[in-house]
Design a protein around this ligand. Structure first.
Ligand SMILES: Cc1cc2nc3c(=O)[nH]c(=O)nc-3n(C[C@H](O)[C@H](O)[C@H](O)COP(=O)(O)O)c2cc1C
Length: 414
């Protein structure tokens, strides 16, 4: 299969094997080599704060299911990066993969019509890289024709697997019959999913919530029907659409989905922040894999920790303050190579805010960072942050929760 690399004009740049080696070398010289050499001690300490998702050696391992297969695609680990629109961009995916342990990463949700129109922003969202494998593109839409055309387009461009978004609760999407809105018309949805599956040879998965609200917990029935029409896996965020991001995840609800299918893997999702949370999710639901969203922003080392824990029963802590700062710079540099300093700085502001907040950088320095305009200003700001360190002076990297913003208020207004 050719490697998909879209340029920013939306043209495919297939990478042949010689070029692929070249690209990899280029890549190793730019960001990743730098990251690896900057973090030699990232995994050498131990601690026992299991809720911090940064270290620990005592979490009992549950019984793991066998290797995770999405159709013919065998995932390298059972720990998946959940799509987080605006955050799980190509530079972030590559950075997290460099740290290790990621079984699959998915793009942000992509409007199938915008993809077919080769919308510039959308094409940038489906951009990948030889080091970003295996990867899924998540599409949404309610028109079967547009969804199948988009799926075929992605297949032609070398995407490993396609994920259909059936969980997005935002009114603009759910209200038009896409995302979580697909839960409201079962027959049409199953038929749409079947048409997408049959239109391509690559695996197609579905990501959904438990149901529209607590009186309509339809996920188990959908999962069973999807398996029958050939879906390769279902990912289930253990909340209803009505819950938005409130309340807590229902592990019992996820378990019902696991019990509803015969063979396909079920990916449990929601509120996993640590190895202990993962153990609980797998133990109580029987799921084959887990996907992690917000905690990956707080601790991009979590996948590596989980993989190490599954293999050995132990895991090393997350990176330190300085290693995390280096990750931030490397992620920025990946972006800078593609867009130039000034555009990259603007694009990187949101991500930098979350890095620095999670790192407990003083508020004033975080604020100043948002006004940086040029690369020398960026370097100065990073230097100051490095010199000053976190507010509590603890540079070991054990973080408090990074508060990732989620929509709130009445869900119909989202
Ligand atoms: C900022 C943000 C953006 C998200 N974007 C997407 C998306 O594009 N597609 C999707 O299926 N889910 C999206 N989600 C939902 C997450 O993938 C995930 O299901 C949810 O956050 C629960 O997992 P977590 O507790 O590990 O974050 C988003 C969540 C957040 C907070």
């Amino acid at each position: 299969m050719s490697i998909v690399l879209f340029d920013h004009a939306g043209n495919q740049c297939p990478v042949r094997s010689g070029e692929q080696k070249e690209k990899r070398r280029e890549y190793e010289c730019d960001g990743v080599g730098a990251i690896k050499s900057a973090i030699p001690n990232a995994f050498q300490q131990t601690a026992d704060d299991e809720n911090s998702c940064t270290a620990g050696a005592t979490v009992l391992r549950p019984e793991f299911r066998g290797e995770v297969r999405f159709g013919s695609l065998i995932l390298p680990t059972r720990y998946l990066l959940s799509p987080l629109a605006g955050f799980t961009t190509l530079p972030f995916r590559v950075i997290v993969r460099t740290l290790g342990g990621v079984g699959l990463a998915t793009t942000d949700l992509v409007n199938c019509r915008a993809l077919l129109a080769r919308n510039e922003r959308t094409m940038a969202m489906v951009e990948s890289h030889p080091r970003d494998r295996p990867f899924a593109v998540q599409i949404f839409g309610s028109d079967p024709g547009a969804m199948t055309d988009a799926a075929q387009f992605l297949q032609e461009h070398g995407v490993d697997t396609i994920d259909i978004n059936m969980g997005c609760p935002v009114s603009r999407i759910a209200g038009s019959g896409s995302g979580a809105g697909m839960m409201c018309h079962a027959d049409g949805t199953i038929s749409l999913v079947q048409q997408v599956v049959e239109s391509v040879g690559i695996p197609v998965s579905v990501k959904m919530r438990l149901g529209w609200d607590e009186t309509q917990l339809t996920a188990p029935g959908f999962a069973r029907a999807f398996e029958q029409v050939g879906v390769c896996a279902v990912a289930i965020h253990g909340r209803t659409r009505e819950q938005g991001f409130g309340g807590s995840v229902s592990l019992a609800g996820i378990r019902k989905v696991v019990e509803a299918v015969e063979k396909i893997p079920v990916v449990g999702n929601g509120d996993i922040r640590s190895v202990a949370d993962t153990a609980r999710m797998i133990e109580q639901t029987g799921c084959h894999a887990v996907s992690i969203g917000r905690a990956a922003l707080a601790n991009p080392w979590i996948f590596r920790q989980l993989d190490e824990w599954e293999r050995t029963g132990h895991y090393a802590p997350a990176g330190t303050f300085d290693e995390r700062l280096q990750l931030m710079v490397s992620q920025f540099e990946f972006l800078e190579k593609r867009f130039g300093s000034e555009r990259a700085i603007v694009q990187f502001r949101k991500m930098a805010h979350w890095y620095l907040k999670g790192m407990r950088v003083r508020r004033r320095l975080r604020g100043d960072f948002q006004f940086v305009r040029t690369r020398p200003e960026f370097d100065d700001a990073v230097k100051q942050i490095r010199e000053e360190g976190p507010v509590d002076g603890n540079r070991t990297g054990v973080l408090t929760d990074a508060h990732i913003p989620v929509p709130s208020g009445p869900i119909d207004k989202w």
